[in-house]
Every structure is written in C-alpha cells, then in structure tokens.
Design a protein around this ligand. Structure first.
Ligand SMILES: [Zn+2]
Length: 160
C-alpha cells in the first residue's frame, strides 16, 4: 500500500468519527427538544395557558410561536440525521464525497466544513430552492435563525 492509500484510509476514519460525533450532538439536541416540547409537564402548562381566560391573547401567541419553532428545529434535526446517515453509508460504499445527483466530486473545502454533505454545492442549492421554507408567515423564521441553533454554517461561505 502506498502513502496515498494510507492517507485515504485515515481520512475516511477521521470523517467517520466526525460524523458519529455530529450524530451524537444532534441526538442530544433532539432529546432536549423532545423533553421541552412533548413532556407531560409542558403539556399541562400549555393546557392551562390556553384554557385560562385572563391570559392575554399575546401570551397564547408566544406559546404557540415557541411550539412551532421547536417543531421546526425538530424537522431540521431529523433531516440532518438522515444526511449524516447517508454520508456514513457513502463512506461504507466508497461513494463518499461524490454528489448524489451528478456524480461529480464534492469540493474538499465544502466537505471539510460539512462532512455530511452528499451533494455538490450546485445541487445542494437546487434542493434548497425546491423545498418549502420552514416556519410560517410571510418569511418564516429564515433559515439562519434555526441553522444557528443547530450550529450549521451557511452555504455561502464556500462560494469563492
Ligand atoms: Zn451535483
């Protein structure tokens, strides 16, 4: 085995580790959100707020806002879990770093920042454009707010 192959093996091992660490972090976030959103205690508090007549409607709105934000973050977390799992399975099948759509290599800089990337920057953008925005209202929450909660870096950074 030459030096190059050794380097590749090490890269794959390190990437796998990074992906597994990220998965654990995401799992932790998800548990935290599930506790605060879906626990019985929270349900009771929520029920009281909505049935007590002297609560101002604005308070009710705030509560709903937080619940929907929690659900939005949960959706993003689940999507991210799937991405990480896909990237891990790509590692197993020697498909890692290859765009799922066009089969071209993904920019190494992009992989460094997002080891779970399974699409090249072009097809990632296409995907972002085609999916509905999270949140509600005219603009939703904007991806930036939720992304910062998850510690996801903005894609724009890789456009140089
Ligand atoms: Zn592509």
């Amino acid at each position: 085995m030459g030096k190059k192959a050794d380097g590749l093996e090490r890269f794959k091992r390190e990437t796998r580790q990074r992906l597994q660490q990220e998965m654990e972090r995401i799992e932790g976030l998800k548990k935290g959100i599930e506790r605060s959103t879906f626990s019985g205690d929270q349900e009771d508090v929520y029920g009281e707020l909505t049935t007590t007549s002297d609560i101002h409607p604005a308070d009710y709105g705030t509560e709903t806002h937080f619940r929907e934000l929690d659900l939005t973050i949960k959706q993003m977390i689940e999507e991210r879990e799937k991405e990480i799992q896909r990237a891990l399975s790509h590692l197993d099948h020697d498909q890692y770093g290859i765009c799922e759509v066009c089969g071209q290599p993904i920019d190494p800089e992009r992989l460094k920042a997002r080891p779970d990337a399974t699409l090249c920057i072009y097809h990632q953008r296409q995907k972002e454009l085609s999916k509905p925005r999270y949140g509600y209202g005219d603009r939703g929450y904007g991806d930036a707010d939720v992304s910062s909660v998850l510690g996801i870096e903005e894609e724009e950074e890789y456009e140089h």
